[in-house]
Structures are given as C-alpha cells and as structure tokens.
Design a protein around this ligand. Sequence first.
Ligand SMILES: NC(=O)C1=CN([C@@H]2O[C@H](COP(=O)(O)OP(=O)(O)OC[C@H]3O[C@@H](n4cnc5c(N)ncnc54)[C@H](O)[C@@H]3O)[C@@H](O)[C@H]2O)C=CC1
Ligand SMILES: O=C(O)CCC(=O)C(=O)O
Length: 633
Amino acid sequence: MSSVTQPLPYLIIDFDSTFTQVEGLDELADIALQHHPEREKIVGQIRALTDRGMSGELNFSESLKQRLALLEARREHLPLLVAQLKTKVSDSIVRNRSFFERFRGRIYIVSSGFREFIEPVVADFDIAPEFVLANTFTYDAGGQITGFDPDNVLSRDGGKIEQLRQLDLAGDVYVLGDGYTDYQMREAGLANRFYAFTENVARAAVVAQADEVIPSFDEFLYQNKLPMTLSYPKNRISVLLLENPDARAAELFRQEGYQVESVPGGLDEDELVERIAGVSILGIRSKTQVTPRVLEAANRLIAVGAFCIGTNQIDLVGCMKKGVAVFNAPFSNTRSVVELALGEIIVLARRIPDKNPKMHQGEWDKSARGSFEIRGKKLGIVGYGNIGSQLSVVAEAVGMQVLYYDIAEKLQLGNAVKCRTLQELLQQADVVTLHVDGRAENKNLIGAEEFALMKPGAIFLNLSRGHIVDIPALADAVRSGHLGGASIDVFPYEPKTNHEIFESELRGLPNVLLTPHIGGSTAEAQRNIAEFVPERIMGYVNTGNTQQSVNLPNIQLPVQQAHRLIHLHANVPGVLASINNLLADHQVNILGQYLKTNEHIGYVITDIDKEYAPEVIGALRKVEHTIKFRVLY
Ligand SMILES: NC(=O)C1=CN([C@@H]2O[C@H](COP(=O)(O)OP(=O)(O)OC[C@H]3O[C@@H](n4cnc5c(N)ncnc54)[C@H](O)[C@@H]3O)[C@@H](O)[C@H]2O)C=CC1
Ligand SMILES: O=C(O)CCC(=O)C(=O)O
C-alpha cells in the first residue's frame, strides 16, 4: 500500500465504465435506435464491439469505426444522452464528489469517448473542459452523426498514449480505468501506476496488468490515504454466506459494495475455522455452529447474521466479548412455521402419513379408524413466544381449545388457557406442540416421563429444535401405540447437505410425518429474512445502530450529526470517564453521547464535531478495556 506524496499525483481517469457505470456509445445507441425494429440486435452488436475494443481484442480505431457505422444517432439525441449519463455516474465517484472539487486541476478525464457528452457530465464534479481530453463527432448538414474527427489523436490506435505524452505532465501520474488502452499509458512509461477500476466491469486482461485492482474509488482514496467520504471502503468488507440464504441477501450486500462469497450447505467447525480469517460478516442459518474456536480464528469479524430465528448455534457471549454483533430475523418465518404446524395437526389427525404411501403403492384403505376432527380438541402449546402465540390465534380460528405453558409470563391471547406446569399441559392436551427456543437447558425437555404423561392417542409435534426431544423415547412412545402420531421437523443431528443420508429411529414408524427442517422454508419467509438480516447488519456497520441485535446492548441512534465514535469495551468502571477526559483534553466538542451496558460489555456512541486532531483517534483506540473502536464520518 503506497502513500501519496504532496501534491496529489495527476489522476488520469477514464470515462466510460469508470467515471460512469456505462459506455456512452452503448447508451447513445439505445436512445438513437429506440424505434428501430432491430434495436436490440444492433445495440448488442455495438456492445460486443465495445467489449472487444476494451479488452484489447480488436484495435481501437476499428472498433470505434464499426460502432459509429451501426449508430444512427443525431445531434438532438445528445442532450438525452447527457441527462441519462448524469444518473449513471459510478456510485463511489458520486460519493466522493468533494474530492474532485478539492483537487480541481489535478484530475484529467482522458477518454476515447466523445467530448459532447463527457464535458457536461464531469462539469458537475468541477472538472473543467480543458481537463477533458476526448474525441469529437462529425455531423452531416442534417445533424446526423457521421463519424469522428480523424485529426484528434484519441481517435487513433495508441491515442491515449500520444495524448498523455502531449500533456507532458510534470510529476507523478496515476491512471484509473477499466480498459486495456488505460493500462497502455502505464506500459508506455507515461504513468507511475495503473489502477484497474472494477466497480462496473472487471476485464481479466486488464486486471492482470494492474498495479492495484480497485473495486471502488473509495479503495483508491483509502490506499493512498486521501480524504474520502466513507471511513472505510465498503469493498474491504467481506461477507461469507453459508447454508444458502435467499439470493436477495447476497444481492443486497453486493449493492452495498461488499465482497460476497457463498458456500452452499454448511461448514463444520474445522472447515469454518479454516475459512473465517478475513471475514467481516458471516451469514448462517440454523446448522452452522459459531463456537469459541471459530471466534478465536475470526480476526476481522464485525457481525454474524443468523438467517433464521434460532441463535442457539452461536456462542452469543463469546461474540459479545469480542465485540461481534449478532442479528437474526425474529419474525420473518414465524407465519410459515405456524402454517406448517396447523397443516401437520390436521394431516396427523387424519392419519395421512399412513394412507398416502399406501395409495402410491396402489392400496385403497378407506376407513375412519383413528381419524378425528381437530375442532374442539385441546392444543397444548409449549413455548408461547412469537410462534406459539401466533399458532394459538390460528388454532382457535379453526375451533381448537388452546392451552399453553411458558417459563416466562406471557400475554394470554383469545381464549387460550395458561397451564402452571408442563405436566398440567401434557396431561390435558390432545395435541402437544413444541415452540420453545433452543437454549441448552431445554435439552431433552420431553422424554419418556413426559410422553407417559400424555393422553393415549395424543399427537406430538416438534418444530423447535432437535435436542429438545429424546428421540429414542419418542420412537418407543409411537411404537407402543401410546402416541397416535408425531410430526418432527428438527433433529438432534441434521444432514449437512442434501446429499447426506438422513438416519433416524423415527423412519418408518406409523403415522409419523418427518420433514427436513423446513418450518421456515417458504419463498415468503426466505425473502423476508434475506432482507431483514442484511438491513440490520448494514445499519450497524453504517451507523452503529444495534437495535434488534441479539447480543449487544440495544441502542437506537438518532441521525449521525458529524463524526461518530463507536466504542465497545469491557464493562468495568471508568471507561466512559476515560473517553470523555481524553476528548476534553483534546478540546473535542461532544454533540451527543449514548451509552448502554450489560453484564459483560459497554457500548458507547459519541457524536463529535468535525474538527479534531488526528491523534485523538489513536488515543481512543488505546483506552484501557477497549474491545472494538471505529469512527464513522
Ligand atoms: N422448524 C423451523 O424451521 C423453525 C424453528 N424455529 C424454532 O422455534 C423456536 C421458537 O421461535 P419463536 O417463537 O420465534 O421464539 P420466541 O423466543 O419468541 O419464543 C420461545 C418461547 O419459548 C419459551 N421457553 C423457553 N424455554 C421454555 C421451556 N423450557 N418451557 C416453556 N417455555 C419455554 C420462552 O420463554 C419463549 O416465550 C426458535 O427458537 C427456533 O428454535 C423457528 C423458526 C423456524
Ligand atoms: O430455515 C432454516 O435454516 C432454519 C429455520 C429455523 O430453525 C429458525 O429460524 O430458527
């Protein structure tokens, strides 16, 4: 990583697909050929020619000639093009507009595109016409674009090299671009460094030649220690997604500028220990275990996203002590679990698990034996949280009488009746369904003794966590005929991928419905989760907001006023005082301060004036008991 010397080196920035997200001529073709019957085909041909030219496959002047011949553009299309391009300036360039204003006179746009559309777009960034070096169109008398000015060096092969030579800049020159012709200025010895800009397009042949690959302009500024709008380039935030969350999650993280990698299926502890170094955000579902060993290897972890409700698979305290925020999606799949549970109750009450396979084997077993309506039956819900209480409402709506048992005091919905003990519920219910959370103390909550308490013929459901039920005891209770049926969605051991065989004593038992942990697996739930979790994580990264974090003290923050200091520390006396004394010693004005603690850690957010001495940050990092510290601009 180099550090920039003063004054700023001359920056030679390409226009098409670098300054803007798109190629100007492609966009012009789109506008000009709007009513052409073969528009798509011609635009496709133009794009292919652009690409071949950019990657060095076709010589530049030939590519330009062929593209202009296909274009049926006119002078009056240009204002439309400019308006369009103004909306397509690269995000990181827009974000750092003030940099361009500040370093006016050191930044050139050198492009094989056309001055007619480049000049007005870059003018918004204080880049004056004399700092734009580009081609110019030729027109016929009627205003039709006929080609390009052949006297302009940029219209020729090696034009950018010649143009830079003519500029004869004294001092360091850095080139930023996405095309091979941008690299060629460096190759010709006219630039000190070539940065392949890949925010919009990454061309292998260009990337291979680069001194540095920069996925955003922020990265260029960060590497060169130049003033930037963000405190940290988002492309440096790497996301590892396991267990196939909906594709929307990766899309949202990518839109934010993060680097996303997905591993289908889960990783076991050893595999995750291998993969976790360098990961900033880990996304998992219910299977991946985030253990102390994993956390020890996690050298850059900021947040864990549980793309599900349960978080028992995560060492929450370990994460907290390391300053790693954990977020889940507490309500996104609630309804899906409830619907499945209700469907399963009906299906079991009608002994469908037995009848369905018989039908598939050609056996017609029409009988009412062992089948009953659920209307008027007693549904015992163990765990009256979000899922349990919603199931309570839906079950009452179809005529069931609801009993519930929860270790916490809960709002009683509708006509539901609270049981004082688990035993009381088990003895009365016709159907028992588990919706407790997966805390370790709940291991084998239901075993032989509990099954024995249940009514003969009762139906049993578990859609919570596998370790909550003693499976051999359940198998015995079904085999003996004491239970009338069971539906199980979660298991003490679940296959890691869809290729692994599912082994269980419950396989083949009568009136037992087995499902592969799909309570929350609906399109709606997965989409909701894939939006909810990334939004919380990005909110935390961007503003420090911990609201709805499962393990950090929850602070909902007001809009950031200036610089924001985010400080996580061990909860020992005196840390806040140390922070404030340090700020006072450096005459830093505090605009707002927010603090919340729990038994292990303290989370303090301090909004301060823009002006402060840079050494304040170093000093704050060194405050005793600091776990994590970051600054947001
Ligand atoms: N099968 C699947 O695909 C899904 C399974 N789940 C599981 O369902 C669980 C429950 O989800 P929510 O209702 O959203 O959670 P929640 O946290 O809102 O409710 C859990 C309730 O269980 C109670 N509880 C805990 N231990 C208990 C015990 N020993 N006896 C009685 N009550 C006890 C708690 O006090 C709480 O009210 C999740 O933790 C997760 O493990 C969640 C979503 C999908
Ligand atoms: O869909 C999943 O992978 C897990 C669902 C689940 O068990 C949960 O949300 O807690």
